[in-house]
Design a protein around this ligand. Structure first.
Ligand code: SF4
Length: 376
């Protein structure tokens, strides 16, 4: 097994068994993990406390008990998170951080069924005014104070500054990886690509950075090959599970870039420079754009997708629509029209964490890839 395979296997194992990742971290550091609910949160504050921020993204499986607390039309990912909460999957976390940019998350923050204490905060939606930064700094101070109480320690500004630097370095190296993955689709398939990106939710960021940097170096030693298949840009919340990514692989569809909340949107931009670490984290939210959860009345997402397609020589956009996600469904008609006007091929597929059969999606992707073959 060469070094590339070894690193990919290691990162894949971590994404498959986050509980073990938390146990290993706890054993090594004597500390523990703090859960971070989708989608955006100032993880750096948790990291600065010496604890492991762990992403909570649900997982594939049938929904039974969650129906007692959530209506059937709540989004698929939160149905799954609720099911796992009831099963106690998150009870090993010292606390859980919840931002509430949509109705479902507001509901989840009030109905948390796990035993870990929750810390709820709000991302302001009138984001482009200075008042939004001031408001968010106050929200982050509350998070910091609550974490200090729960974890019984002090989180200093110096430690947050250091964590921001570690996170920015990780953002940079992961951005580099997704670019390299697009240039080497014969080496990095959609499943491996997803594992490398997702593993950052369960690893101490400096450790993830070191492994991904080494991976980047190893891949770029290989000669590039012409890709005979098609290349796409993914947009949405997530493109899980692996069964879906397997279908892309089966039809020689490579990921040229992504616009997924679980993936590139997390590291598309750095936390900006500045003097006050909490203000820097707040500014990130102001400067960030192109997500249904970060209101911008100018609706830049469509143009951002068009630019992404052009810059990465992609053939199409695949819209990975989380089932019953209102914010994503509201954004869709606007950017769909922009993609149509720019003559960019696109297809809408539904992401459902309860699905066990992927035949319908396979048929649609098969026809879509055949249609793309006809467009030269
Ligand atoms: S943003 Fe969408 S996917 Fe995420 S919790 Fe809200 S409704 Fe669900």
């Amino acid at each position: 097994m060469n070094r590339i395979e070894t690193i990919l296997n290691e990162l894949t194992e971590i994404t498959k068994n986050p509980t073990k990742a938390v146990e290993d971290f706890t054993k090594k550091t004597g500390k523990g993990a703090v859960g971070v609910m989708p989608v955006y949160a100032p993880e750096e504050i948790i990291h600065a406390a010496g604890y492991l921020p762990v992403g909570i993204w649900g997982g594939q499986g049938s929904i039974k008990k969650a129906r007692t607390y959530l209506p059937p039309f709540a989004c698929s990912i939160m149905q799954s998170v609720m099911e796992k909460q009831i099963e106690g999957a998150y009870d090993n976390l010292k606390a859980v951080l919840i931002s509430v940019p949509c109705d479902t998350l507001k509901c989840i923050s009030q109905k948390w069924k796990g035993t870990s204490p929750t810390i709820t905060f709000t991302h302001p939606q009138n984001r482009k005014i200075e008042g939004a930064n001031k408001f968010l700094v106050e929200e982050f101070k509350i998070i910091k104070n609550k974490l200090e109480t729960i974890l019984d320690l002090e989180i200093t500004d110096e430690a947050i500054e250091k964590s921001i630097e570690i996170y920015n370095e990780n953002r940079n190296v992961t951005r580099e990886f997704v670019k390299i993955a697009a240039e080497y689709p014969h080496v990095i398939d959609p499943i491996n690509r997803h594992a490398v990106v997702k593993s950052r939710y369960f690893m101490e960021k400096a450790q993830h950075t070191a492994l991904v940097r080494e991976l980047n170096e190893e891949i770029t030693k290989i000669e590039k090959k012409e890709w005979k298949g098609k290349k796409v840009v993914l947009t949405g919340i997530t493109a899980e599970p692996d069964e879906l990514l397997e279908i892309f692989k089966e039809y020689d569809i490579a990921i040229a870039a992504d616009d997924l909340a679980q993936e590139s949107k997390q590291f598309r931009i750095d936390v900006p420079e500045g003097d006050d670490p909490l203000y820097r984290l707040a500014k990130w939210w102001q400067e960030f754009d192109g997500c249904s959860l970060a209101t911008n009345v100018d609706k830049p997402r469509g143009q951002m997708l068009i630019d992404m397609v052009k810059e990465n020589n992609a053939d199409a956009v695949i819209i990975c629509m989380m089932k019953f996600c209102d914010p994503e469904e509201f954004d869709y008609p606007i950017y769909y029209q922009q993609l149509q006007d720019a003559s960019i091929s696109n297809i809408y597929i539904e992401i459902d964490q309860e699905t066990t059969s992927f035949e319908q999606i396979r048929t649609r992707i098969n026809s879509f890839s055949e249609m793309l073959q006809d467009i030269v």
